[in-house]
Design a protein around this ligand. Structure first.
Ligand code: OGA
Ligand code: MN
Length: 219
């Protein structure tokens, strides 16, 4: 719907999303993107993919390191060089503008990567952003797992702040798009018995921001 709906329908859709983000800090959309876009993205990341996937790391630039105790996924960054990736990036661009209009977030750009978790793979509890240290504001995850069975595991568990209180267990069903404020929700990817595919992405501002009173991050 994001990419293809008429302006009127789109406005309503974005209004609802903005209201949900403002109220809860996160929002799970089940019918966000057109079928053909999802199918093309699945061909790119799924079992038939011929892409080169690299081990994901933790941290940036000088502090970048591999940490297989924290995460085991393999990733491939999206670019406009490929049509399916470009289509997704364009719909996220539309979303960026719509959210800036409604929530005045000053989102400046979007970066995202495919992620493949082999059976048993995980990403331990972490935050995507640390107060004052990052320009990541809003996290997104699009799930690309056709026919996923709940018993296979692989949920994304979202926690409220730093308590162990669980607020959501999200099954990585095909086409689901999750958005949440990057500094607010520690989360983890549980191991699954099957390969698990997704696109993780982040809307960023131009400069790191410090939000007074925001929780201090830790893994
Ligand atoms: C991440 C992440 C969640 C998921 O890549 O930072 O938390 O469900 N991914 O794949
Ligand atoms: Mn994360």
């Amino acid at each position: 719907m994001i990419a293809t709906a008429t302006a009127g329908a789109c406005d309503g859709y974005y209004d609802a999303l903005a209201t949900c983000l403002e109220r809860d800090g996160y929002c799970l959309l089940s019918e966000g993107l057109p079928e053909d876009m999802l199918a093309a993205l699945y061909r790119r990341v799924g079992p038939q993919s011929d892409l080169d996937f690299r081990r994901a790391g933790v941290g940036r630039d000088n502090s970048f390191r591999f940490n297989s105790r924290l995460r085991t996924d393999r990733i491939h960054w999206l670019s406009h060089a490929h049509s399916a990736e470009s289509a997704y990036l364009s719909s996220m661009e539309e979303l960026r503008l719509a959210l800036n209009q409604r929530l005045f977030l000053g989102l400046f750009e979007f970066e995202s990567h495919f992620a493949r978790y082999e059976p048993g793979g995980f990403y331990k509890k972490h935050l995507d952003a640390f107060a004052g240290k990052t320009n990541r504001i809003l996290s997104t995850v699009l799930y690309l797992n056709p026919g996923w069975q709940k018993e296979w595991g692989g949920e994304l568990v979202m926690y409220r702040d730093f308590n162990d209180e669980i607020i959501e267990r999200i099954v990585p069903d095909y086409g689901r798009l999750l958005l949440f404020f990057s500094e607010r929700f520690p989360h983890e990817v549980c191991p699954a018995s099957q390969p698990r595919y997704s696109i993780a992405g982040w809307f960023k501002v131009n400069q790191p921001v410090f939000i007074p009173g925001a929780a201090l991050g830790r893994h």
